[in-house]
Write a protein that binds this ligand. Structure first.
Ligand code: FAD
Length: 465
């Protein structure tokens, strides 16, 4: 930063107005951390109202060589919105309008600060559907979802955020405004910069408008919950489903240790005693399709050896079957206060090997590692639990995490399927990305942001500022 914080704040106030440039300690702390809870106070927090103001902030930061960190709703789990090198945090929360729901073209145009769940409600009221469903959807912003390429339980059938982004407006660090893609599903003009920006974790450009593809809302849905004696048997049921060509809308897998944590936290068991794994499946579509698929799901689970299969059709009953999944986050914090939440992904046929790896890590490092997630796409949340007041346990937890990453890559998987690299996983990016590919990624970063001022310290462990 080549100017004092006071003079920079004064320049920013001229553009945004005093109310939207904050330097008080509470704001700097609040906007310096995300859900990872390993933050660093920002020097200045700005809340622009539109693309023009975002561009003006970027230009001022470039002129003054100040790091700039875009921020959505701050629900990220990899520290992506943390201002590691200080500087300005730019919150997109005031760009919060759904600009258009274009029913004829099955498209929505939104500002990045729209809360994902609000967009879903708005399109569903018109018989349309925006499927990506991160568990944080009632809090996270669509801009943050695009920047992280968020996924959720429905990814198996419907895909992740990437599959729904048709076009973007974004601001570069020099203040230029770019437009990529558009309202059409087919577009092969030049490089696909839209998809390059999806998942770029706020390191290439600041997204200021998003054009999203919508699909018709499925008219019917049902939920099934099947219990099994072990993970291996549950995964066998998943393989049978795939062979039977059934594509459930969601396919969630919960292991015994996670079930035990939920039982301990609630004081009641939500699955029968002795259950080693639970699958929760949604099927959706036309009513006759739901009926046929539900029957095939039941058959595949029964053939694999399910010990219990429950089915629900009303929203209330379906909610009750999902309850065990919803309670997990809260329950794990009762196990221990430090949860190193890894969202690793392996080819789905190798999920049993991932669980074998987790069992080995539990034994080797002496820590509980409850694991659950999206069995349909091999994306399992592996939670390494430790007490934060026990430095030795924290050290073992970090060592177990490094070993987990190495094991996942050896299984042909990736160290992050949803939450991104941020700064927490930056030291490990080289495990799964070879040196020439990583070097090309750095050149892409340099092309967008030659001074390395936009969200420094993320993805690449050593971006110089
Ligand atoms: C309880 C809980 C459950 C979760 N469940 C899921 C889940 O199921 N699936 C999943 O994928 N994630 C999940 N997450 C993680 C998180 O919600 C997602 O990564 C989400 O996409 C982050 O959105 P946000 O608006 O909070 O972004 P932030 O945390 O504010 O930012 C995330 C990253 O995006 C960048 N960014 C934000 N907005 C913009 C923009 N407009 N332009 C450029 N860059 C931008 C930031 O710089 C940062 O790098 C969960 C988090 C919590 C707390």
């Amino acid at each position: 930063m080549s100017v004092s914080t006071e003079s920079l704040a004064a320049r920013l106030r001229e553009v945004l107005g005093a109310e939207y440039v904050r330097t008080d300690e509470a704001s700097r702390e609040q906007y310096g951390a995300d859900a990872l809870r390993r933050g660093r106070a920002a020097d200045i927090v700005v809340l622009p109202a539109g693309t023009g103001e975002v561009a003006a902030v970027a230009r001022i930061c470039t002129e003054t060589r100040t790091p700039l960190v875009p921020r959505g709703a701050g629900t990220g789990y990899s520290g992506g919105a943390v201002p590691l090198r200080g500087g300005v945090v730019l919150s997109l929360e005031r760009l919060d309008r759904i600009l258009e729901i274009d029913e004829a073209n099955l498209v929505a145009v939104v500002q990045p600060g729209v809360i994902t769940g609000d967009l879903q409600d708005a399109v569903e009221a018109r018989g349309l559907f925006y499927p990506p469903d991160p568990a944080s959807l009632r809090r996270s912003s669509i801009g943050g979802n695009v920047a992280e390429c968020a996924g959720g339980p429905r990814a198996f059938k419907y895909g992740v955020t990437r599959q729904y982004v048709l076009g973007l407006e974004a601001v570069l660090m020099n203040g230029d405004v770019i437009r990529t893609g558009g309202r059409v599903v087919k577009n092969v003009v030049g490089y696909d910069l839209t998809q390059l920006l999806v998942g770029s974790e706020g390191t290439l450009a600041i997204i200021t408008e998003i054009t999203l593809r919508l699909v018709p809302r499925p008219p019917a849905a049902a939920t099934l919950r099947a219990t099994f004696t072990s993970i291996d048997v549950a995964v066998d049921a998943v393989s049978r489903l795939v062979r039977a060509r059934v594509v459930p809308a969601t396919l969630e897998l919960i292991d015994r240790r996670t079930l035990d944590a939920v039982a301990a936290a609630l004081g009641e068991r939500l699955a029968p005693e002795g259950t080693g794994a639970v699958l929760i499946l949604d099927v959706d579509g036309l009513p006759e399709q739901v009926e046929a698929e539900a029957r095939r799901v039941e058959q595949a689970c029964r053939e694999a050896g399910a010990t219990e299969i429950l089915r629900a059709d009303t929203p209330e009953e379906r909610g009750a079957l999902w309850r065990v999944r919803r309670e997990i986050s809260h329950a794990l914090m009762v196990v221990a206060d430090l949860k190193i939440n890894n969202d690793v992904v392996v080819p789905k046929g190798r999920v049993p090997e991932l669980y074998a790896l987790v069992a080995r890590l539990e034994a080797e490092f002496g820590l509980p590692i409850p694991s659950f997630g999206h069995a349909g796409d091999g994306n399992i949340h592996v939670n390494i639990m430790a007490s934060s007041s026990d430095p030795e346990a924290v050290r073992r937890a970090r060592a177990a995490e490094a070993e987990l990453f190495r094991g996942v890559v050896a299984l042909g998987g990736a160290i992050s399927g949803e939450h991104g690299i941020g700064f927490t996983k930056a030291p490990y990016i080289g495990l799964g990305v070879d040196p020439p590919t990583l070097a090309l990624m750095r050149r892409v970063k340099d092309a967008f942001d030659p001074l390395g001022l936009l969200n420094p310290g993320k993805i690449f462990p050593d971006v110089a500022v």
